[in-house]
Design a protein. Structure first.
Ligand SMILES: [Zn+2]
Length: 450
Protein backbone atom coordinates (compact mmCIF):
# COMPACT_ATOMS: atom_id res chain seq x y z
CA UNK A 1 0.00 0.00 0.00
CA UNK A 2 1.29 3.48 -0.89
CA UNK A 3 2.00 5.67 2.10
CA UNK A 4 0.42 9.14 1.91
CA UNK A 5 2.70 11.87 0.54
CA UNK A 6 4.79 13.77 3.05
CA UNK A 7 3.06 17.10 3.76
CA UNK A 8 4.80 20.21 2.47
CA UNK A 9 4.06 22.05 5.69
CA UNK A 10 2.82 21.24 9.16
CA UNK A 11 1.61 23.84 11.64
CA UNK A 12 1.85 22.36 15.13
CA UNK A 13 0.63 23.35 18.59
CA UNK A 14 -1.86 25.97 17.39
CA UNK A 15 -5.32 26.73 18.69
CA UNK A 16 -7.38 26.38 15.52
CA UNK A 17 -10.69 27.96 14.63
CA UNK A 18 -12.04 24.70 13.24
CA UNK A 19 -15.68 25.54 12.84
CA UNK A 20 -18.13 28.35 13.08
CA UNK A 21 -21.83 28.83 12.82
CA UNK A 22 -23.75 31.98 13.61
CA UNK A 23 -24.25 30.58 17.11
CA UNK A 24 -20.94 29.01 17.97
CA UNK A 25 -17.25 29.33 17.12
CA UNK A 26 -15.30 26.18 17.80
CA UNK A 27 -11.64 26.40 18.79
CA UNK A 28 -9.40 23.36 19.13
CA UNK A 29 -6.21 23.77 21.23
CA UNK A 30 -3.17 21.63 20.44
CA UNK A 31 -4.10 21.26 16.79
CA UNK A 32 -1.78 20.16 14.00
CA UNK A 33 -2.61 21.31 10.48
CA UNK A 34 -0.98 19.57 7.53
CA UNK A 35 -0.71 21.14 4.11
CA UNK A 36 0.02 19.25 0.94
CA UNK A 37 0.07 20.65 -2.58
CA UNK A 38 -1.67 23.90 -1.66
CA UNK A 39 -4.54 22.25 0.22
CA UNK A 40 -5.19 21.39 3.84
CA UNK A 41 -4.56 17.66 3.95
CA UNK A 42 -5.14 16.97 7.65
CA UNK A 43 -6.57 18.71 10.70
CA UNK A 44 -5.57 16.83 13.87
CA UNK A 45 -7.43 18.34 16.81
CA UNK A 46 -5.85 15.82 19.17
CA UNK A 47 -2.16 15.31 20.00
CA UNK A 48 -0.23 13.50 17.25
CA UNK A 49 3.37 12.43 16.89
CA UNK A 50 5.67 15.05 15.39
CA UNK A 51 4.56 15.12 11.75
CA UNK A 52 6.96 14.24 8.98
CA UNK A 53 6.64 17.39 6.92
CA UNK A 54 9.12 19.23 4.72
CA UNK A 55 8.64 22.31 6.90
CA UNK A 56 7.22 22.62 10.40
CA UNK A 57 5.95 25.84 11.98
CA UNK A 58 5.61 25.74 15.75
CA UNK A 59 2.56 27.92 16.45
CA UNK A 60 2.49 27.61 20.22
CA UNK A 61 0.50 30.52 21.64
CA UNK A 62 -1.01 31.30 18.25
CA UNK A 63 -4.51 31.03 16.89
CA UNK A 64 -4.75 29.50 13.41
CA UNK A 65 -7.62 31.00 11.46
CA UNK A 66 -8.75 30.71 7.87
CA UNK A 67 -7.24 33.64 5.99
CA UNK A 68 -9.58 36.62 5.85
CA UNK A 69 -11.52 37.49 2.71
CA UNK A 70 -12.04 41.01 1.35
CA UNK A 71 -15.16 40.58 -0.80
CA UNK A 72 -14.98 43.94 -2.59
CA UNK A 73 -12.23 46.47 -3.09
CA UNK A 74 -10.41 48.60 -5.60
CA UNK A 75 -6.95 47.58 -4.51
CA UNK A 76 -4.94 50.15 -6.43
CA UNK A 77 -6.92 52.96 -4.78
CA UNK A 78 -4.46 52.64 -1.90
CA UNK A 79 -2.63 55.25 -4.01
CA UNK A 80 -5.40 57.73 -3.14
CA UNK A 81 -5.53 56.92 0.57
CA UNK A 82 -6.43 60.10 2.44
CA UNK A 83 -6.62 62.22 -0.74
CA UNK A 84 -10.34 63.04 -0.42
CA UNK A 85 -11.41 63.37 3.19
CA UNK A 86 -14.37 64.97 4.94
CA UNK A 87 -16.48 65.37 1.78
CA UNK A 88 -19.87 64.00 0.73
CA UNK A 89 -19.97 61.07 -1.68
CA UNK A 90 -20.91 63.18 -4.75
CA UNK A 91 -18.00 65.57 -4.25
CA UNK A 92 -15.74 62.65 -3.37
CA UNK A 93 -16.28 61.20 -6.87
CA UNK A 94 -16.70 64.33 -8.98
CA UNK A 95 -14.24 66.73 -7.36
CA UNK A 96 -11.52 64.32 -6.24
CA UNK A 97 -11.46 60.64 -7.16
CA UNK A 98 -12.52 60.58 -10.80
CA UNK A 99 -10.32 63.59 -11.73
CA UNK A 100 -7.40 61.97 -9.89
CA UNK A 101 -7.97 58.63 -11.61
CA UNK A 102 -7.28 60.35 -14.94
CA UNK A 103 -3.64 60.26 -13.76
CA UNK A 104 -3.59 56.58 -12.82
CA UNK A 105 -1.64 54.61 -15.40
CA UNK A 106 -0.85 50.93 -15.87
CA UNK A 107 2.31 50.99 -13.76
CA UNK A 108 0.38 52.77 -10.98
CA UNK A 109 -2.19 49.97 -10.87
CA UNK A 110 0.61 47.44 -10.42
CA UNK A 111 2.19 49.57 -7.68
CA UNK A 112 -1.11 50.38 -5.94
CA UNK A 113 -2.26 46.76 -6.02
CA UNK A 114 1.11 45.65 -4.67
CA UNK A 115 0.77 48.20 -1.85
CA UNK A 116 -2.69 46.80 -1.10
CA UNK A 117 -1.29 43.27 -1.24
CA UNK A 118 1.47 44.12 1.24
CA UNK A 119 -1.07 45.64 3.59
CA UNK A 120 -3.51 42.73 3.22
CA UNK A 121 -0.83 40.07 3.76
CA UNK A 122 0.18 41.88 6.96
CA UNK A 123 -3.49 42.16 7.97
CA UNK A 124 -4.20 38.45 7.46
CA UNK A 125 -6.27 38.87 4.29
CA UNK A 126 -5.57 36.02 1.90
CA UNK A 127 -8.26 36.54 -0.76
CA UNK A 128 -9.62 39.77 -2.22
CA UNK A 129 -12.20 40.61 -4.87
CA UNK A 130 -10.97 43.52 -6.96
CA UNK A 131 -12.94 45.79 -9.27
CA UNK A 132 -10.80 48.30 -11.16
CA UNK A 133 -9.12 49.10 -14.47
CA UNK A 134 -5.77 48.14 -16.08
CA UNK A 135 -6.53 44.78 -14.51
CA UNK A 136 -3.73 42.95 -16.30
CA UNK A 137 -1.47 44.93 -13.97
CA UNK A 138 -3.55 43.99 -10.92
CA UNK A 139 -3.33 40.35 -12.01
CA UNK A 140 0.46 40.65 -12.30
CA UNK A 141 0.55 41.99 -8.76
CA UNK A 142 -1.51 39.00 -7.60
CA UNK A 143 0.83 36.59 -9.39
CA UNK A 144 3.88 38.25 -7.82
CA UNK A 145 2.48 38.74 -4.29
CA UNK A 146 1.11 35.20 -3.96
CA UNK A 147 -2.36 36.26 -2.82
CA UNK A 148 -5.62 34.73 -4.01
CA UNK A 149 -8.00 37.06 -5.85
CA UNK A 150 -11.18 37.37 -7.82
CA UNK A 151 -10.52 40.06 -10.41
CA UNK A 152 -12.95 42.02 -12.57
CA UNK A 153 -12.19 44.68 -15.17
CA UNK A 154 -14.61 47.53 -14.40
CA UNK A 155 -16.46 49.34 -17.17
CA UNK A 156 -18.98 52.10 -17.82
CA UNK A 157 -21.40 52.17 -20.78
CA UNK A 158 -19.93 55.60 -21.59
CA UNK A 159 -16.90 53.68 -22.90
CA UNK A 160 -19.03 52.15 -25.67
CA UNK A 161 -18.58 48.51 -26.56
CA UNK A 162 -14.88 48.57 -25.62
CA UNK A 163 -15.41 48.51 -21.86
CA UNK A 164 -17.70 45.49 -21.85
CA UNK A 165 -15.51 43.73 -24.41
CA UNK A 166 -12.38 44.31 -22.35
CA UNK A 167 -14.12 43.06 -19.21
CA UNK A 168 -15.15 39.82 -20.95
CA UNK A 169 -11.72 39.44 -22.53
CA UNK A 170 -9.97 39.92 -19.18
CA UNK A 171 -12.28 37.47 -17.38
CA UNK A 172 -11.65 34.88 -20.09
CA UNK A 173 -7.87 35.22 -20.21
CA UNK A 174 -7.18 35.23 -16.46
CA UNK A 175 -9.74 32.73 -15.18
CA UNK A 176 -7.85 29.99 -13.34
CA UNK A 177 -4.47 31.69 -13.73
CA UNK A 178 -1.63 31.61 -11.18
CA UNK A 179 -2.25 27.94 -10.47
CA UNK A 180 -5.92 28.64 -9.79
CA UNK A 181 -5.29 31.51 -7.35
CA UNK A 182 -6.95 33.92 -9.78
CA UNK A 183 -10.66 33.69 -10.51
CA UNK A 184 -12.51 36.37 -12.44
CA UNK A 185 -15.75 38.31 -12.71
CA UNK A 186 -17.47 40.48 -15.29
CA UNK A 187 -17.44 43.92 -13.68
CA UNK A 188 -20.00 46.54 -14.79
CA UNK A 189 -19.55 49.56 -12.50
CA UNK A 190 -23.18 50.06 -11.41
CA UNK A 191 -26.74 50.13 -12.80
CA UNK A 192 -26.59 53.94 -12.95
CA UNK A 193 -23.42 53.96 -15.10
CA UNK A 194 -24.11 50.84 -17.18
CA UNK A 195 -27.25 50.56 -19.31
CA UNK A 196 -29.62 47.61 -19.36
CA UNK A 197 -28.33 46.19 -22.65
CA UNK A 198 -24.79 46.10 -21.31
CA UNK A 199 -25.96 44.58 -18.02
CA UNK A 200 -27.78 41.84 -19.95
CA UNK A 201 -24.67 41.22 -22.07
CA UNK A 202 -22.55 41.08 -18.91
CA UNK A 203 -24.93 38.50 -17.45
CA UNK A 204 -24.77 36.39 -20.63
CA UNK A 205 -20.98 36.52 -20.62
CA UNK A 206 -20.80 35.57 -16.94
CA UNK A 207 -23.10 32.60 -17.56
CA UNK A 208 -21.06 31.47 -20.56
CA UNK A 209 -17.78 31.70 -18.63
CA UNK A 210 -19.15 30.26 -15.39
CA UNK A 211 -18.14 33.37 -13.41
CA UNK A 212 -20.08 36.01 -11.48
CA UNK A 213 -20.97 39.59 -12.23
CA UNK A 214 -19.34 41.94 -9.69
CA UNK A 215 -21.23 45.24 -9.47
CA UNK A 216 -22.03 48.17 -7.17
CA UNK A 217 -25.81 48.33 -6.66
CA UNK A 218 -28.20 50.15 -4.36
CA UNK A 219 -25.13 51.60 -2.68
CA UNK A 220 -27.30 53.99 -0.70
CA UNK A 221 -31.00 54.71 -0.35
CA UNK A 222 -30.75 57.81 -2.58
CA UNK A 223 -29.70 55.59 -5.51
CA UNK A 224 -32.61 53.24 -4.87
CA UNK A 225 -35.13 56.07 -4.56
CA UNK A 226 -33.87 57.74 -7.71
CA UNK A 227 -34.18 54.49 -9.68
CA UNK A 228 -37.69 53.90 -8.32
CA UNK A 229 -38.72 57.49 -9.18
CA UNK A 230 -37.23 57.36 -12.69
CA UNK A 231 -38.06 53.79 -13.71
CA UNK A 232 -40.50 52.48 -11.13
CA UNK A 233 -38.07 49.74 -10.10
CA UNK A 234 -35.19 49.41 -7.64
CA UNK A 235 -31.59 48.79 -8.78
CA UNK A 236 -31.92 45.20 -7.51
CA UNK A 237 -35.01 44.74 -9.73
CA UNK A 238 -32.92 46.14 -12.62
CA UNK A 239 -30.38 43.40 -11.93
CA UNK A 240 -33.16 40.80 -11.89
CA UNK A 241 -34.72 41.96 -15.19
CA UNK A 242 -31.37 42.12 -16.98
CA UNK A 243 -30.49 38.57 -15.87
CA UNK A 244 -27.62 39.63 -13.61
CA UNK A 245 -29.14 38.08 -10.48
CA UNK A 246 -29.84 34.85 -12.29
CA UNK A 247 -26.29 34.66 -13.67
CA UNK A 248 -24.92 35.10 -10.13
CA UNK A 249 -23.41 38.26 -8.74
CA UNK A 250 -21.40 40.00 -6.07
CA UNK A 251 -23.38 43.06 -4.99
CA UNK A 252 -21.23 45.78 -3.49
CA UNK A 253 -22.74 47.64 -0.55
CA UNK A 254 -26.53 47.34 -0.87
CA UNK A 255 -27.27 49.96 1.80
CA UNK A 256 -30.26 50.91 -0.34
CA UNK A 257 -31.71 47.39 -0.57
CA UNK A 258 -35.44 47.88 0.06
CA UNK A 259 -37.84 45.31 1.61
CA UNK A 260 -39.22 44.31 -1.82
CA UNK A 261 -35.67 43.36 -2.89
CA UNK A 262 -35.18 40.75 -0.18
CA UNK A 263 -37.29 37.97 -1.77
CA UNK A 264 -35.64 38.67 -5.16
CA UNK A 265 -32.24 38.10 -3.59
CA UNK A 266 -33.47 35.16 -1.50
CA UNK A 267 -34.56 33.38 -4.70
CA UNK A 268 -30.94 33.39 -5.97
CA UNK A 269 -29.16 33.00 -2.64
CA UNK A 270 -27.10 30.10 -3.97
CA UNK A 271 -25.35 32.41 -6.43
CA UNK A 272 -25.68 35.97 -5.13
CA UNK A 273 -23.99 37.66 -2.17
CA UNK A 274 -23.74 41.14 -0.71
CA UNK A 275 -20.50 42.78 0.40
CA UNK A 276 -20.44 45.06 3.43
CA UNK A 277 -17.83 47.69 4.32
CA UNK A 278 -19.36 49.88 7.02
CA UNK A 279 -16.42 52.20 7.71
CA UNK A 280 -16.89 54.04 4.43
CA UNK A 281 -20.67 54.25 4.90
CA UNK A 282 -20.18 55.85 8.31
CA UNK A 283 -17.55 58.25 6.96
CA UNK A 284 -19.93 59.31 4.19
CA UNK A 285 -22.76 59.63 6.73
CA UNK A 286 -24.85 57.25 4.63
CA UNK A 287 -28.00 55.77 6.06
CA UNK A 288 -29.64 53.36 6.36
CA UNK A 289 -27.05 50.58 6.53
CA UNK A 290 -27.21 47.31 4.53
CA UNK A 291 -30.12 45.24 5.98
CA UNK A 292 -27.89 42.38 7.10
CA UNK A 293 -30.44 40.87 9.46
CA UNK A 294 -33.05 40.59 6.68
CA UNK A 295 -30.51 39.28 4.15
CA UNK A 296 -29.21 36.58 6.50
CA UNK A 297 -32.79 35.61 7.40
CA UNK A 298 -33.43 35.10 3.66
CA UNK A 299 -30.28 32.97 3.39
CA UNK A 300 -28.39 35.53 1.32
CA UNK A 301 -24.65 35.47 2.12
CA UNK A 302 -23.11 38.70 3.35
CA UNK A 303 -19.34 39.20 3.49
CA UNK A 304 -16.95 41.86 4.72
CA UNK A 305 -15.19 44.28 2.44
CA UNK A 306 -13.07 47.39 2.69
CA UNK A 307 -13.98 48.97 -0.64
CA UNK A 308 -11.07 51.17 -1.77
CA UNK A 309 -8.61 52.67 0.69
CA UNK A 310 -9.52 56.11 -0.72
CA UNK A 311 -12.75 55.87 1.30
CA UNK A 312 -11.91 53.19 3.89
CA UNK A 313 -8.28 54.24 4.56
CA UNK A 314 -7.26 50.64 5.31
CA UNK A 315 -7.55 47.19 3.75
CA UNK A 316 -8.21 45.79 7.23
CA UNK A 317 -10.93 43.13 7.41
CA UNK A 318 -10.56 42.75 11.18
CA UNK A 319 -11.63 46.40 11.30
CA UNK A 320 -14.59 45.81 8.92
CA UNK A 321 -15.65 42.88 11.11
CA UNK A 322 -15.39 44.90 14.32
CA UNK A 323 -17.32 47.88 12.98
CA UNK A 324 -19.98 45.59 11.51
CA UNK A 325 -20.44 43.81 14.82
CA UNK A 326 -20.84 46.93 16.94
CA UNK A 327 -22.95 48.68 14.31
CA UNK A 328 -25.28 45.69 13.98
CA UNK A 329 -25.88 45.67 17.71
CA UNK A 330 -26.54 49.40 17.75
CA UNK A 331 -28.92 49.26 14.76
CA UNK A 332 -30.82 46.33 16.20
CA UNK A 333 -30.95 47.90 19.65
CA UNK A 334 -29.98 44.45 20.86
CA UNK A 335 -26.62 43.62 22.44
CA UNK A 336 -27.32 39.89 22.02
CA UNK A 337 -27.61 40.14 18.20
CA UNK A 338 -24.54 39.52 16.01
CA UNK A 339 -22.44 37.66 18.55
CA UNK A 340 -18.71 37.26 18.01
CA UNK A 341 -19.42 33.78 16.61
CA UNK A 342 -21.69 35.35 13.95
CA UNK A 343 -19.02 37.95 13.18
CA UNK A 344 -16.40 35.21 12.68
CA UNK A 345 -18.81 33.10 10.63
CA UNK A 346 -19.30 36.06 8.32
CA UNK A 347 -15.53 36.40 7.99
CA UNK A 348 -15.21 32.76 6.92
CA UNK A 349 -17.91 30.72 5.17
CA UNK A 350 -20.23 33.66 4.50
CA UNK A 351 -17.57 35.80 2.83
CA UNK A 352 -16.42 32.76 0.85
CA UNK A 353 -19.99 32.21 -0.35
CA UNK A 354 -20.23 35.81 -1.59
CA UNK A 355 -17.40 34.96 -4.01
CA UNK A 356 -18.92 31.58 -4.91
CA UNK A 357 -16.12 29.81 -3.04
CA UNK A 358 -17.91 28.23 -0.08
CA UNK A 359 -15.96 25.19 1.09
CA UNK A 360 -12.84 26.24 -0.83
CA UNK A 361 -11.73 29.16 1.35
CA UNK A 362 -12.79 30.62 4.71
CA UNK A 363 -12.61 27.32 6.61
CA UNK A 364 -9.88 25.17 8.10
CA UNK A 365 -11.06 21.81 6.80
CA UNK A 366 -9.50 18.97 4.86
CA UNK A 367 -9.62 19.68 1.14
CA UNK A 368 -9.92 23.45 1.48
CA UNK A 369 -7.27 25.77 0.07
CA UNK A 370 -4.35 26.12 2.46
CA UNK A 371 -5.00 29.80 3.22
CA UNK A 372 -4.13 30.09 6.90
CA UNK A 373 -3.10 32.91 9.23
CA UNK A 374 -1.44 32.66 12.61
CA UNK A 375 -2.47 35.29 15.10
CA UNK A 376 -0.67 36.04 18.36
CA UNK A 377 -3.01 36.75 21.26
CA UNK A 378 -0.25 37.35 23.81
CA UNK A 379 -0.38 41.16 23.46
CA UNK A 380 -1.46 43.12 26.52
CA UNK A 381 -4.50 44.38 24.59
CA UNK A 382 -5.69 40.75 24.37
CA UNK A 383 -4.77 39.48 27.85
CA UNK A 384 -6.20 37.67 29.66
CA UNK A 385 -8.25 35.72 27.13
CA UNK A 386 -11.59 34.79 28.65
CA UNK A 387 -13.46 34.55 25.34
CA UNK A 388 -11.27 33.83 22.33
CA UNK A 389 -14.02 34.70 19.82
CA UNK A 390 -14.43 38.12 21.42
CA UNK A 391 -10.64 38.57 21.43
CA UNK A 392 -10.53 38.04 17.66
CA UNK A 393 -13.47 40.34 16.99
CA UNK A 394 -12.91 43.14 19.51
CA UNK A 395 -9.28 43.16 20.69
CA UNK A 396 -6.95 41.87 18.02
CA UNK A 397 -4.83 44.25 15.94
CA UNK A 398 -3.55 43.49 12.45
CA UNK A 399 -0.04 43.71 13.90
CA UNK A 400 -0.87 40.55 15.86
CA UNK A 401 -0.95 38.57 12.60
CA UNK A 402 2.43 36.84 12.57
CA UNK A 403 2.26 34.47 9.63
CA UNK A 404 0.18 34.47 6.45
CA UNK A 405 -0.02 31.42 4.21
CA UNK A 406 -1.80 31.27 0.84
CA UNK A 407 -2.09 28.15 -1.28
CA UNK A 408 0.31 26.47 1.13
CA UNK A 409 3.00 29.08 0.54
CA UNK A 410 4.25 31.31 3.37
CA UNK A 411 3.87 34.96 2.25
CA UNK A 412 4.73 36.48 5.64
CA UNK A 413 6.71 34.91 8.44
CA UNK A 414 7.06 36.61 11.83
CA UNK A 415 5.74 39.85 10.27
CA UNK A 416 8.35 39.78 7.48
CA UNK A 417 6.99 39.94 3.93
CA UNK A 418 8.58 37.28 1.73
CA UNK A 419 7.12 38.14 -1.70
CA UNK A 420 7.11 41.96 -1.68
CA UNK A 421 10.08 44.33 -1.42
CA UNK A 422 8.72 46.92 1.00
CA UNK A 423 11.61 49.39 0.60
CA UNK A 424 11.31 49.45 -3.20
CA UNK A 425 7.56 49.92 -2.86
CA UNK A 426 7.93 52.87 -0.49
CA UNK A 427 10.43 54.63 -2.71
CA UNK A 428 8.21 54.24 -5.78
CA UNK A 429 5.25 55.64 -3.84
CA UNK A 430 7.29 58.62 -2.68
CA UNK A 431 8.06 59.55 -6.27
CA UNK A 432 4.55 59.13 -7.61
CA UNK A 433 2.07 60.06 -4.85
CA UNK A 434 1.85 63.80 -5.55
CA UNK A 435 1.54 63.41 -9.34
CA UNK A 436 -1.38 61.03 -8.95
CA UNK A 437 -3.44 63.48 -6.89
CA UNK A 438 -2.88 66.42 -9.28
CA UNK A 439 -6.25 67.72 -10.54
CA UNK A 440 -5.01 70.77 -12.45
CA UNK A 441 -5.69 69.07 -15.83
CA UNK A 442 -9.44 69.69 -15.27
CA UNK A 443 -10.50 66.32 -16.71
CA UNK A 444 -12.44 63.41 -15.22
CA UNK A 445 -13.18 59.81 -16.13
CA UNK A 446 -16.93 59.90 -15.44
CA UNK A 447 -19.66 62.04 -13.82
CA UNK A 448 -21.29 60.84 -10.63
CA UNK A 449 -25.01 61.40 -11.16
CA UNK A 450 -26.84 58.27 -10.00
ZN1 LIG B 1 -16.57 49.87 -4.57
Amino acid sequence: MDSPPIPDLAIVNCTALVGSTAGRAEFAPGTTLEITGGAISAVHTHPVDAPQAREVIDARGMVAMPGLINTHCHAAMTLLRGAAEDVAVGAWFNDYIWPMEVNVGERDVYTGTTLAAAEMIQAGVTTFADHYFFMDQAARAVVDSGLRANLGSAFFSSQGADGLGASIDFATRWSGAAGGRITTSIAPHAPYTVDDDDLAAAADAARALGVRVHIHASEDIAQAEKSIAARGISPIEVLRRTGVLDAGCIIAHGNGIVPDDIPLLGAVRDRVGVTHGPKGYLKFALGPITPIMDLLAAGVPVGYCTDGAASNNTMDIFESMRITAILQKQLAGDATWFRSSAALHMAGPESAAVLGMRGQIGELRVGACADVILVDTSGFHCQPVHDLGATLVYSIQTSDVQTTIVDGKVLMRDRRLLTIDGDALRSELRDRAREITDRSHGRTIQDYAP
